[in-house]
Design a protein around this ligand. Structure first.
Ligand SMILES: Nc1nc2c(ncn2[C@@H]2O[C@@H]3COP(=O)(O)O[C@H]4[C@@H](O)[C@H](n5cnc6c(=O)[nH]c(N)nc65)O[C@@H]4COP(=O)(O)O[C@H]3[C@H]2O)c(=O)[nH]1
Length: 725
């Protein structure tokens, strides 16, 4: 008999439930008693059918079955167990001991076989061994299930990460990479495992990326963070920006460093990292950065970026003792287009202008939009000012052809001031300001041209501000004066005309000449008012002289480019002339070639209108501008004024003298009158006379003088000048 003992160790927290089935009542009772003494929870079944009924009612850990039972044998019960309670183990306790029966029972799932009559100890040992195995299998299955769940959870966490998670071996080959790499870069994780991680690094970042992991001090607490571009699959040009955080795997926190992952690499994982897609942030940063330093309409660098580049270029030029040029460009007639066609057209024009200007430049040059219709250009290393001159001519030429804006064909020009480092300024602000000043000198002299800054143009800023204020006051306080320079016929020494030249009687600085304030007047748009005053005064003075016995006396007035461009130029001029009852045929307006060429069509219409009323038209400084002869016979021009530079050349016998010959010959051919300016010497006068150029103006006959002097002259000598000359 089995000794009375405590519960078997394999039964866990509750006694194992055992079904015992045998058709021999005595054997059944003794077997049950034996097991109960070991604290098993025993259910007895006196037949196979009864055993089957029990199996439908309750569950068991183990069944001890006799094979030979009359109605339902042990095999049938085993079948039912396999179907209803597959976890229930089976031990056959049978008198049958033939090999075939034993083997059949084992094939049907019996875990052991005990032959009757059995030894109680042996039976109990078998029961406990089977129950022990059963509980081990169950525990194993439980752990297996938990592991699978845990693995699934971690896989889910890693693959659902918004970042790419990866592990590398010590040489940088990818041991593991999560699925995120597919949605962000288009690669399958499997195709990257085993590859070196540089295969996805953008070429520009390979050196930085591969070097990054080599630091001696990086760890999980001190990871290496760097921004790199990663290539997307299939198109090596398309990259995305990532912030990578990586560190060596700590053997203490993950002792599995010796284990390879995924079987695709021979080396164990040594680095852990995550790569966060920061493309949108980078793009937003790039856009904000672009906005801060660029003009969004033209996409050109703005004032801030231009100044930054200029500062840098000055430092470099200083170090290498080279020159650089700063140009200030102001569009001519932009305002007219903007005002008449609207801002949208104005914007399109600025874009088109930018496009043409950019085509004239080299890679290192910086063209920037300084504001409105103003641009600045930096030519960082030039050999001589001639290089800048070449570019300026190219820029002017580039804007010559009309711009097509919808149905409108518009013309703009550009006035360019040039300041060359170091002669025209040592600092960034000086260079920009001086280029600006030079530009206004272009504007004041007819626009659509270029000029280099010279010291004589300079007006420092404080001076400039006070001058501007003074100029406004001068208009209010009537400080402007008109002086008249006689135009004399050298054959008769008769005064044929008077050129009105503005002066400013400054309360502190004395008499100022146009060069001192006209550019500023142009810049501050006071030029319009100033010109009106001059015209009014001149009409009054010369009108008086005409009426006092000099009916043929001609008044020559200079007109500023902005005056001529004004849409109401003709009406305004005629209104003033009529208001003073000044005879139109005695008026000659002087304009430069540049003004004409700026918009040939418009200007020619205006000049024809004026000429129809009797007003004469003279081309001032002839020979210094375009000298495109084409317009001469298309416009109602009466007089050519030979620029003083050519007259000066007569004395020294330079080429200029030949130009005078040519201009005079041409004027004769075209039946135009000709006036030579700046005649100072007898030689010049004789030479001009010999060419047949008889109308002259210059210090030879006297400078421009106040009206009172002219009145005296006319009273004393009539129109004859003989006594003075
Ligand atoms: N070296 C030398 N110079 C001589 C001689 N004879 C005359 N000049 C100067 O030469 C300039 C001739 O005028 P411009 O070419 O029309 O050039 C003028 C004209 O373009 C402009 N200007 C003068 N008054 C007015 C005005 O009322 N309105 C406008 N828009 N411009 C004016 O300012 C320019 C300079 O005027 P100014 O300083 O008065 O200078 C005048 C005159 O004083 C000479 O023999 N030798």
């Amino acid at each position: 008999m089995a000794p009375e003992q405590s519960r078997p160790p394999s039964s866990g927290f509750y006694p194992a439930r055992i079904l015992v089935a045998d058709d021999e009542p005595r054997l059944l009772t003794s077997l049950a008693a034996l097991l109960r003494r070991r604290n098993f929870d025993v259910t007895e079944a006196g037949s196979g059918r009864e055993a089957c009924d029990q199996l439908t009612d309750q569950s068991f850990d183990l069944a001890l079955l006799d094979l030979n039972m009359p109605d339902t044998d042990g095999f049938a019960v085993m079948e039912k167990i396999a179907r209803l309670q597959p976890d229930c183990g089976v031990i056959v306790v049978s008198g049958e001991s033939s090999f075939s029966t034993v083997s059949r029972a084992l094939r049907r799932g019996a875990l052991d076989y005990i032959r009757k009559p059995f030894d109680p100890e042996e039976l109990l040992a078998t029961v406990e061994s089977v129950l022990g195995k059963q509980s081990l299998i169950k525990a194993h299955e439980l752990i297996q299930t938990r592991l699978e769940k845990s693995e699934a959870l971690h896989r889910y966490i890693v693959n659902s990460s918004p970042d790419i998670v990866f592990m590398l071996d010590k040489t940088g080959h990818i041991c593991f990479i999560n699925n995120k790499v597919e949605s962000l870069l288009g690669y399958q994780p499997a195709e990257l495992c085993g590859e070196h991680f540089r295969v996805i690094l953008d070429d520009r970042d390979v050196a930085r990326g591969t070097y990054a992991l080599r630091g001696p001090d990086i760890s999980a607490d001190n990871p290496r963070t760097l921004e790199v571009r990663l290539k997307t699959r299939g198109n090596s040009k398309a990259t995305r920006h990532f912030e990578i955080t990586a560190f060596p795997v700590d053997p203490q926190s993950w002792p599995q460093t010796g284990v390879t992952l995924g079987g695709s690499t021979r080396q164990p994982a040594r680095y852990y990292g995550i790569a966060r897609d920061v493309t949108e942030r980078k793009e937003a940063e790039a856009f904000i950065n672009f906005q801060a330093y660029h003009d969004l309409l033209t996409r050109l660098p703005n004032r801030a970026l231009f100044k930054d580049r200029l500062e840098l270029a000055i430092t470099q030029a200083r170090r290498s003792e080279q020159k650089l040029a700063v140009m200030f460009l102001d569009l001519d007639r932009f305002k007219v287009v903007n005002d008449t066609l609207g801002h949208a057209m104005g914007d399109r024009l600025l874009q088109a202008v930018t496009h043409r200007l950019e085509k004239c430049l080299r890679r290192g040059d910086t063209l920037s939009r300084f504001g409105g219709d103003e641009f600045t250009l930096l030519l960082p290393s030039i050999h001589s000012p001639e290089d800048a001159r070449g570019i300026a001519k190219k820029l002017i030429q580039a804007l010559k052809d009309p711009f097509q804006l919808g149905n409108h064909e518009v013309f703009v020009g550009v006035s360019i001031g040039i300041a060359v480092f170091p002669d025209a300024g040592n600092t960034m602000d000086q260079l920009i300001q001086n280029a600006d000043i030079a530009m206004y000198h272009v504007k004041a002299r007819g626009k659509d041209g270029y000029r280099f800054f010279t010291d004589s143009m300079s007006i420092d800023t404080a001076h400039r501000l006070s001058l501007e204020r003074d100029l406004r006051l001068a208009l209010e306080r009537d400080e402007l004066r008109v002086h008249y320079q006689p135009q004399v016929c050298s054959r008769t020494n008769q005064v044929v005309g008077l050129e009105a030249l503005v002066r400013w009687q400054h309360p502190e600085r004395g008499l100022l000449y146009p060069a001192d304030f006209l550019p500023l007047a142009e810049e501050t748009r006071l030029i319009g008012k100033l010109s009106e005053r001059v015209l009014d005064q001149a009409c009054r003075d010369v009108g008086r002289w005409i009426n006092s016995g000099h009916p043929t006396l001609r008044l020559a007035v200079n007109l500023s480019p902005s005056q001529v461009e004004h849409p109401r130029f003709v009406e305004t001029l005629l209104e003033r002339v009529r208001a003073h009852r000044f005879p139109a045929r005695n008026l000659e307006i002087e304009i430069t070639e540049n003004v004409i060429m700026s918009d040939l069509e418009q200007i020619s219409r205006k000049l024809k209108e004026l000429a129809d009323t009797g007003v004469r038209i003279a081309i001032d400084d002839f020979g210094t501008g375009y000298s495109s002869l084409n317009y001469l016979h298309r416009l109602p021009i009466h007089t050519l004024k030979v620029d003083q530079s050519f007259v000066k050349a007569i004395r020294s016998g330079e080429d200029g003298a030949c130009i005078v010959n040519a201009i005079v010959a041409m004027a004769h051919g075209l039946k135009l009158e000709i006036v030579a300016e700046g005649v100072e010497t007898d030689d010049q006068l004789s030479y001009l006379k010999s060419l047949g150029c008889h109308q002259v103006q210059g210090f030879f006959y006297g400078p421009a003088r106040p009206a009172a002097d002219i009145s005296r002259l006319l009273r004393r000598d009539g129109l004859a000048f003989a006594s003075t000359a």
